[in-house]
Design a protein around this ligand. Sequence first.
Ligand code: SF4
Length: 121
Amino acid sequence: MDDKARFVMCICTGECPGFASLDVWKLVNRVRNELSVEYAIVHPQLCVDDGDRFWRDYAKPDVTYVVGACDPKMQRKMFKDAFSDIGGDFDKQVLSLDLRNMSTDEAFKKVADVVTSLQNR
Ligand code: SF4
């Protein structure tokens, strides 16, 4: 696996009440500046057709992705086929985080804990 994870934030179109207390730009800037990630990006809606196309175009089989979005079980259901299609494995490559109903600080801490645990493994 490539050393540093990529942080991918899905903001649920920007209209979902579950992310109302989260400042997505503050979060991704803190992640990219303060944590050991390769970079951080935002996608508006990963679970629809262009989200599938994005994963198929973007994901690589030897890279770890930390994904901030909704329920991890939902993420698995929605993204695993795209990872299979690129010769990857969702279960080995993706760390799914539910960042709904959190403040920016709470979400950052959750991401930081996971990124730190990756460095230590
Ligand atoms: S993947 Fe989850 S967070 Fe992203 S748009 Fe779909 S339901 Fe919302």
